[in-house]
Design a binder for this molecule. Structure first.
Ligand code: ADP
Ligand code: MG
Length: 210
């Protein structure tokens, strides 16, 4: 049954599916980072998501904490740029849901916007720099556009926007992170962090639609 809103327990289940999907995607994420970076993105994300599962096994007080605990677990267990970046995304995004006891399409939009704004402020990258922002930014715009639709429809549209953003990152020239030394040679491959964002939103949509 597609879910019109999620309780805290359901948000935790959804985040566990996100973690499982990232762990399964480790070879693909490693390959993406081998093409453009140092090849450690898949293992870093896998380690981060194992820590998330461990943390969430203890439950969470509310929806805000379920997301922010996810971010804290990633920050404290991963090295590299992406520990700080993905950790910031979940933590700052989660903060926008303070006081909410149901997660709906408006919550999805505020999670993504809050997370994106904080990642951009912290990391200094902007759309077009060939980073995870190139999947996150179109996902955020789409989430705002569909915030009045049902949660399953909104989540599916957001997942598609993230996939399209990931694909669009192939044509971009990297100007941030390790890949920037490749310059024009970075054209043709998707950004590894954008691949992770696509996996994350697809997993969220699959949980919500199931
Ligand atoms: P590292 O670059 O330290 O090896 P990872 O390989 O885990 O870390 O993560 C690389 C990913 O981090 C890139 O693919 C990109 O999406 C993301 N990234 C790097 N720098 C930034 C930044 N300043 N803002 C947003 N995302 C970034
Ligand atoms: Mg790397």
């Amino acid at each position: 049954m597609p879910k019109s809103t999620l309780s805290t327990a359901e948000v935790i289940e959804m985040l566990n599916l996100v973690a499982d999907r990232i762990i399964e995607a480790e070879p693909m994420l490693s390959e993406a980072d081998r093409n453009l970076g140092d090849g450690d993105h898949g293992l870093g994300m896998k380690r981060g998501m194992e820590a998330v599962k461990e943390k969430l096994a203890a439950g969470a007080e509310n929806i805000e904490k379920a997301f922010s605990n996810t971010g804290m677990a990633m920050m404290s267990s991963m090295g590299g740029a992406s520990g700080a970046i993905f950790g910031t995304f979940w933590r700052a995004g989660g903060k926008t849901l303070a006081g909410k006891d149901q997660f709906d399409a408006e919550g999805l939009a505020s999670l993504i916007k809050g997370g994106l704004d904080s990642v951009m402020a912290r990391g200094g990258a902007k759309p077009g720099d060939k980073t995870m922002i190139d999947a996150l930014h179109p996902a955020s715009l789409k989430a705002a556009e569909v915030a009045s639709q049902s949660l399953p429809d909104a989540a599916q549209a957001v997942a598609q926007a993230a996939v399209d953003g990931r694909d669009a990152s192939k044509a971009m020239i990297a100007t941030m992170g390790r890949a920037k030394t490749l310059g024009e040679q970075s054209i043709g491959h998707p950004d590894a962090g954008a691949c992770s964002v696509a996996v994350i939103f697809q997993a969220m949509s699959d949980y919500i639609s199931a």
